[in-house]
Structures are given as C-alpha cells and as structure tokens.
Design a protein around this ligand. Structure first.
Ligand code: SF4
Ligand code: SF4
Length: 181
C-alpha cells in the first residue's frame, strides 16, 4: 500500500568481504539474540545472517536474510569472483522453498534480518558489534521515502503457512485452536 512521503532513518550494514575470515561470530550472536528467552540458546541455523563458506577455496561471504519468496524463481544466479566460482543462489537473500537457508529449523518459517530491533534500541546491531574484523560496518542515513505498511513478523509467518498448507486449512486450524482456549 502506497502512502505519503516522509523522512525515515535508513539503516544499512556494509559488508567488506575482504575482511571476513569466516569466524561465524555474527551467526552465533544473531541466533542467541533472537532466542526466546534472549541468549537462552545459540544455533547458527536460526541466524538471520549466514556466512557462505568454502575454507578450502578461501571463500567467506556474509549474506543477510531478506524477504520471504513465496515461490522459487525461474532462473539461477552463479557468480565467479576473482576466479572462484560460487554455488547457485549463494548470494540470494530470500527464504524460499528451493533451499533450507533462512528458515527456522523446527517450524520451517522464514527468517528475516530485523536489524536487531529492540527496546531500548541498540547502538549497533549485534552482528556488527561481534565482528571483530570490522567486516560489517553499520551506517544510518536519513531519506525521503514512500510510506509503506510493513508486514509484521506474524503476518509473514501466517502468509508462509497459508502457502504451505492452503488458506482454508490454516483457517480451520486457527478455528480449532481458538476453541481450545
Ligand atoms: S563475525 Fe565478521 S569476520 Fe566473522 S564471519 Fe561474521 S562477518 Fe565474517
Ligand atoms: S542485524 Fe541483527 S537480526 Fe540482522 S543479521 Fe545482524 S544480528 Fe541478526
């Protein structure tokens, strides 16, 4: 839904790939920060940043979880950088049905980087704080943007469940659950 233009703080994390040594501290702290309760567990497969690693070929590229893709796209991307060939879709940020990355391992629900939104707000996202090699650089800037209604995390999850099981089945399951309360 489109709305009025308004000023907004745009948060970015610049990734300096040459400085990443594949230590995966960013994955560990992201999963711990988003555990429920906070810091009660850490499991990189729950992280919203994943380091594409191939130590033998000296490849480490941090990739952030982006939007959920409702269906596989028709094409595949393959990159060759400095003579090193990366696997198909390696740098795609989407949580999509063609692979397991950026999905909550128990529920299969999509994961997306939320820039560590919290109350009170953090000075810098946790992955940036924990990257001792300065491969992740946090920046903020003010921009005039079209106001959009953001999808809440719960809505993204419901949308994904509706795609997986069908909207009617989801509605029936919610009805059954509400009768149990
Ligand atoms: S913490 Fe920094 S150096 Fe370590 S894997 Fe993540 S981005 Fe790379
Ligand atoms: S900014 Fe926060 S939510 Fe996003 S990947 Fe880093 S630690 Fe995870």
């Amino acid at each position: 839904m489109q709305g009025e233009k308004k000023k907004k703080i745009v948060k970015t994390i610049k990734v300096d790939v040459d400085k990443c040594n594949g230590c995966r501290a960013c994955e560990v702290i992201c999963s711990a920060f988003h555990a429920n309760p906070k810091y009660s567990s850490n499991n990189p497969s729950r992280s919203r940043i994943r380091v594409i690693r191939e130590p033998v070929r000296d490849i480490y590229v941090p990739v952030y979880a982006g939007e959920h893709a409702p269906a596989e796209c028709m094409g595949r991307d393959k990159y060759v950088i400095d003579g090193k060939e990366y696997d198909e879709c390696s740098f795609c940020r989407a949580s999509c049905s063609s692979r397991d990355i950026f999905k909550e391992p128990d529920s299969g629900l999509p994961l997306k980087c939320d820039m560590c939104e919290s109350d009170p707000p953090l000075e810098k996202p946790m992955c940036v704080q924990w990257c001792l090699n300065d491969a992740l650089i946090y920046e903020e800037r003010e921009e005039e943007v079209e106001e959009e209604e953001p999808l809440e995390e719960m809505e993204i999850g419901l949308e994904s469940l509706a795609e997986k099981y069908g909207l009617q089945n989801l509605k029936e399951a919610i009805t059954r659950l509400s009768k149990k309360e």
